[in-house]
Each structure stands twice: as C-alpha cells, then as structure tokens.
Design a protein around this ligand. Structure first.
Ligand SMILES: C[S@@+](CC[C@H](N)C(=O)[O-])C[C@H]1O[C@@H](n2cnc3c(N)ncnc32)[C@H](O)[C@@H]1O
Length: 255
C-alpha cells in the first residue's frame, strides 16, 4: 500500500507521531556540522527539523524513490540552505562510504523488497560511530477492541496478511540491524493507543481496509457493516506495536 502525501501529513499531525518523531530526533543527537540522511523521506516531513539541528555548516540529504514525494520534499525545503532531496532507491543510496554522520529511516522497511540490503546500505554510508534511528510498525500486533471480537480478529488477520509487504517488520528491526553490522543501543516499543474514532480512521484506514477485507473474503459484508458502524460511533481502542531502534555503526574492530 503506497502512502499518499495527504495520508502522511495527517499522520504527522497526530500527537503520537509528533512524540515518536521527536524521540528519534533527540536519540540521534545531531550536532552542528553533521551530514544527516533521511531514507524514504516522503514529502520532507522531518527535513526541516534535521536541518535546524545540523545548522548552517551541516547538510541534510533526503532520499525517496517516488517522484511526487521528491517534488513535494523539494518544494517544502526550497528555502532551507544545506538541504538536498535526491530521487534514489533505499537499496542503493547516492552517498559515498562513510559520508554521513547520522541517518534515519521512518516507516520505510515495511515497504521494501529487501530490508536487510537497505540496512547494509545505511551501514555503508555511515561513518564509524555514526548513528541511525529506525522506526517501523508491526501490523501483526494490531488490536482493535470491539464487542464483536470474531469480526475484529478477522479484520486484523486481513491487515496482518495483506496490508503491506513486510507487515511484521517492527519486531524484526533490532535483529536485522545487528545482522547488518550495527550495535543496537536502544529499542523502544511506542505502541500508541487511539481512542478517537476519527484519528483511528486516519491512522489505520479502517474504512478502506474493511472494504478490502470484505472483497478478499475475510469478512462477511453484513458483519463488516455492523462492525464499522460501532467503530464510527465509539468507544474505540486501537493499538499496534511501533518499534523505534537506535543503532551505532561501530568500526568492525570495536564490535
Ligand atoms: C510511510 S512513508 C514514510 C515517509 C517519511 N519517512 C515519513 O515519516 O513521513 C514511506 C516512504 O518510503 C518511500 N519508499 C518506499 N520504498 C522506497 C525505496 N525502495 N527507496 C526509497 N524510498 C522508498 C515511499 O515513497 C514513501 O515516501
């Protein structure tokens, strides 16, 4: 499922997104003069904050493979010196080995053909001692409270099996980071809880995914309609694991 700019903007405006993005920024401890890479930067949501931390002597490189994302990220950062946005693939980054001090990759591995390769690429372009912050959801942990638990479970099974390419990515990040040659420094499971029906709808696309689940034969049409009706009204509680990893690219001799 490719994310749209509108979808990404709505998510970025939620309190939970603001909190985890701030956590990633603080964990990265970007210093003035640093070169910072944002892999899969989308419409440039995080580039201005990185540029502010890296200061006028630093550089921020946003990378995305999608033309519309790159255009929008360039438009949003046009007035920011030191920010460049490159159209490139996360599996083959346009940076020389050791060229970056810091990197972040936020909800991208869930979409990639080869997440381990993308992590090895980040490892390649980070200098020894450089830090990377990684954030990925784990859709296999999606839990939606509902009086009709059977329909709820059928819906979450559909999302776990069909919503994205690598749905259980969150739990895999620490292992994959270590296998790519990083030292994992911290693992946080943010597991945000959504109680407002409109926000839950925005973040989890409940209406669209209910339609898809019916079409895929996971949900009975009438049960799905009743299920949706309750979710629109509330009270709701929707939650899923969201894993944030900070890792260091140590020199091989230091590992
Ligand atoms: C869920 S969005 C996240 C965007 C941004 N990191 C944020 O937090 O708002 C995933 C982004 O990864 C990009 N992406 C997916 N596969 C990619 C690839 N192979 N190479 C580069 N970017 C990719 C998409 O185009 C999209 O902009």
């Amino acid at each position: 499922m490719a994310a749209t700019i509108d979808y990404l903007d709505k998510i970025a405006a939620t309190d939970s997104a603001g909190a985890y993005k701030l956590h990633m920024l603080e964990a990265l401890a970007v210093e003035p003069g640093h070169t910072v890479l944002d892999v899969g930067c989308g419409p440039g949501t995080d580039l201005a904050a990185l540029a502010s931390a890296a200061g006028p002597s630093g550089a921020v490189v946003g990378v995305d493979h999608d033309t519309a994302m790159v255009d929008e990220a360039r438009r949003r950062t046009a007035g920011l010196p030191g920010v460049q946005v490159e159209q490139a693939d996360a599996h083959a980054l346009p940076l020389e080995a050791g060229g970056a001090d810091r990197a972040r990759m936020d909800r991208v591995m869930i979409h990639l053909d080869d997440p381990p390769r993308a992590l090895r690429e980040i490892r390649r372009v980070l200098r020894p001692g450089g830090l990377v912050a990684l954030a990925e959801p784990d859709w296999h942990t999606l839990a939606i409270d509902h009086p009709d638990l059977a329909t709820s479970l059928a819906f979450t099974r559909f999302v776990a099996e069909h919503a994205n390419r690598n749905q259980a990515m969150g739990r895999q990040v620490p292992r994959l980071a270590e296998e790519a040659g990083f030292t994992v420094l911290s693992v946080l499971n943010a597991a945000p809880v959504f109680r407002d029906p409109a926000t839950a709808e925005q973040v989890f696309g409940l209406r669209r995914n209910t339609r898809r689940a019916v079409e895929a034969g996971f949900l009975d049409r009438e049960a799905a309609a009743r299920w949706r009706e309750h979710l629109d009204r509330g009270p709701v509680m929707v939650t899923a694991s969201f894993v944030i990893v900070l890792a260091r690219a140590d020199h091989p001799a230091e590992r």
